[in-house]
Design a protein around this ligand. Structure first.
Ligand code: GDP
Ligand code: MG
Length: 596
């Protein structure tokens, strides 16, 4: 397809505003998916995506659309809506000239709408405002068209009104894409330069690499070079997704499609890298993306220690498709052998954990999520700590924690409770703006550690579900942080150590000691539970002794009953972990690590 007839666009929206549903309608209306093959959220392929209704991996689809007798090729690149995956959004944006800004006409603008809009504006994209779900009785298109128009500087009448559900107005959206999104510009005679915006491992085909060609031409059978590593591969297949893969004779300027080279590891086909021809290589690579960096760390352990090799293989498999996932072996005295894993955020953690349990049939236990702390020691040495149990003891000159720039959108009646929550979480207010009479945008700088755990849940419950949240990592700040250890009979339990602000150390200690007293059964001796900062005890509970002699029940009784009881007791012990002399049931660890 000549570049003048190509339009590359994506859809940005807050989660649940109907992006996947609108994408489905477009596939149907343009005829690329047959009526009977259609199922809801066609592009959300992973089971978990479908169940949780979120889109994780972006996908590119080509759709034909005719306007005024000319046949256009519209390339739609789906983007994930969740804050954890912002880096995937920026990747998709870089591959397009235009974007639909989709807003639920019953909800109005939300935090992720804004965050993604700012990204689109930074990328100099054409923005087409679209109000969705106008079929809903609660829809207020007039009101929100006003809000949208104020935000992006257009007329309220410029906002399209559609229903992804009924299909109403969707053809107008396709027409408007053709009319307003600029055709891609590039030099067809220059050496090829194509941007890798996604790369996915497929069991049958190996790594499938999604690219957008900027200059030149890529053809099947030719040799290509990855510009960052200089690695050469043969193009075994090249084509477009429509949405099933269709091999083609090549990709030219502005086209979006896939490449298959037979490589087996997504790291050999790095997102953000530039592909060029080996015979006539380009000199300068395209500007890449910033790399996705893990921000949240957690220890993941199999409940049954013999599952450890399965866990290792499972992580290796998931890594094939997820460059942002990192892990290394970890050995915990309390939980045994497992892996210390790094994630983009809490949702990423939950998704990986769920996939491990579901796709690999593992029972797992995860330690409380931690962020990355930068520690300067008294002798000037710098260390990074992602695991509280590795926090250096004493001799600390300064600790810095990651900060996030947080945007909360809330109905104005909840401004008080939201500000209170942000302050409790050590936040500093940056700005407060009224988007309209009854909707407020609050911006705070908050330590990431205060956000990753339960901030979103509490925010939702304080605002009856109406507030929305977005955040972006923004530097580090020194803070008065301490490590709180939990000791059972004087023995430290590594899985429960936590790095917390000094003001919150006492309440953390009391809470954990209290929880464990409830959860650990009485032993034959008294067991003190202590919370400590270094050598200083800040909280204490005691589990009283019990004389638990099951054999006394069959005093003088027959020997086989006695043996049975002994065996039963042994079996129970397998699920016990020893901390010093104290027997702790695995369930106690699991319950203590769960958030409520
Ligand atoms: P996404 O998270 O932005 O991809 O949103 P989805 O497409 O998954 O839609 C979220 C929910 O809104 C689903 O329950 C959809 O059925 C519903 N929905 C999407 N579009 C419409 C619409 O135009 N009208 C109505 N009534 N519901 C819609
Ligand atoms: Mg979706």
């Amino acid at each position: 397809t000549p570049a003048e007839l190509i339009r590359n666009f994506c859809i940005i929206a807050h989660i649940d505003h109907g992006k996947s549903t609108l994408a489905d309608r477009m596939l149907q209306i343009t005829g690329v998916v047959e009526q009977r093959a259609m199922r809801a959220q066609y592009l959300d392929r992973m089971d978990i995506e479908r169940e949780r209704g979120i889109t994780i991996k972006s996908q590119a689809v080509r759709m034909p659309w005719e306007v005024g007798g000319a046949g256009y090729a519209l390339n739609m690149i789906d983007t994930p809506g969740h804050v954890d995956f912002t880096y995937e959004v920026s990747r998709s944006l870089a591959a397009c000239e235009g974007t639909l800004l989709l807003v639920d006409a019953a909800q109005g603008i939300e935090a992720q709408t804004l965050a993604n809009l700012y990204l689109a504006l930074e990328n100099d994209m054409t923005i087409i405002p679209v109000l969705n779900k106008i079929d809903l009785p609660a829809a207020q298109p007039e009101k929100y068209a006003e809000e949208l128009a104020n935000l992006i500087g257009c007329e309220p009448s410029d906002c399209l009104r559609v229903s992804g559900k009924t299909g109403q107005g969707v053809e107008d959206v396709l027409d408007k894409i053709v009319a307003e999104v600029p055709a891609p510009v590039g030099d067809p005679n220059a050496p090829a330069r194509a941007m890798i915006f996604d790369s996915v491992y497929d069991t049958y085909r190996g790594v499938v690499t999604y690219v957008r060609v900027v200059d030149g031409q890529l053809s099947p059978r030719e040799k290509i070079v990855m510009m960052s590593t200089r690695a050469t591969h043969e193009l075994l297949e090249i084509g477009v997704s429509s949405p099933e893969p269709e091999p083609s004779k090549g990709l030219g300027v502005g086209e979006v499609g896939y490449l298959i080279t037979g490589v087996k590891d997504v790291r050999q086909s790095k997102v953000g890298d530039t592909v060029t021809n080996a015979a006539k290589p380009a000199e300068v690579a395209l500007e890449g993306y910033r790399e996705a960096k893990p921000m949240v760390f957690s220890g993941i352990f199999p409940i049954d220690g013999s599952d450890y090799p399965i866990l290792r293989d499972a992580l290796d498999k998931l890594k094939l498709n997820d460059a942002a996932l990192v892990y290394e072996p970890e050995n915990s005295a309390a939980l045994g052998f497992g892996y210390r894993c790094g994630f983009l955020g809490l949702l990423h953690l939950e998704i990986i954990r769920e996939r491990l349990e579901r796709e690999f049939d593992l029972d797992l236990i995860a330690t409380a999520p931690s962020v990355i702390y930068e520690v300067t020691l008294d002798d000037g040495k710098e260390v990074e700590v992602t695991n509280p149990s590795e926090y250096p003891v004493g001799k600390i000159a300064e600790v810095r924690e990651p900060m996030v720039r947080t945007t909360v959108l809330t109905p104005s009646e909840f401004v008080g409770p939201v500000m209170e929550l942000c302050q409790q979480r050590r936040g500093t207010m940056l700005a407060m703006d009224y988007l309209s009479e009854d909707r407020v945008e609050l911006r705070y700088m908050i330590p990431m550690a205060e956000i990753v755990f339960d901030f979103f849940d509490i925010l939702k419950s304080k605002t009856r579900g109406y507030a929305s949240l977005d955040y972006d990592v923004d530097g580090e700040q020194a803070a008065d942080l301490v490590k709180v250890d939990i000791l059972l009979q004087g023995e430290q339990v590594d899985a429960f150590s936590a790095i917390v602000h000094r003001d919150k150390a006492y309440s953390y200690g009391v809470m954990m000691a209290g929880k464990l007293r409830e959860l650990i059964p009485r032993q034959q001796f008294e067991v003190p539970i202590q919370a400590a900062i270094g050598a200083r005890i800040i909280a204490r509970e005691t589990i009283r002794a019990i004389r638990k002699d099951v054999l006394s029940k069959c005093y003088g009784g027959d020997i086989s009953r006695k043996r049975k009881l002994l065996e039963k007791q042994k079996e129970g012990k397998k699920r016990m972990k020893m901390v010093g002399r104290v027997e702790v049931p695995q369930e106690a660890f699991i319950a203590a690590l769960s958030s409520d």
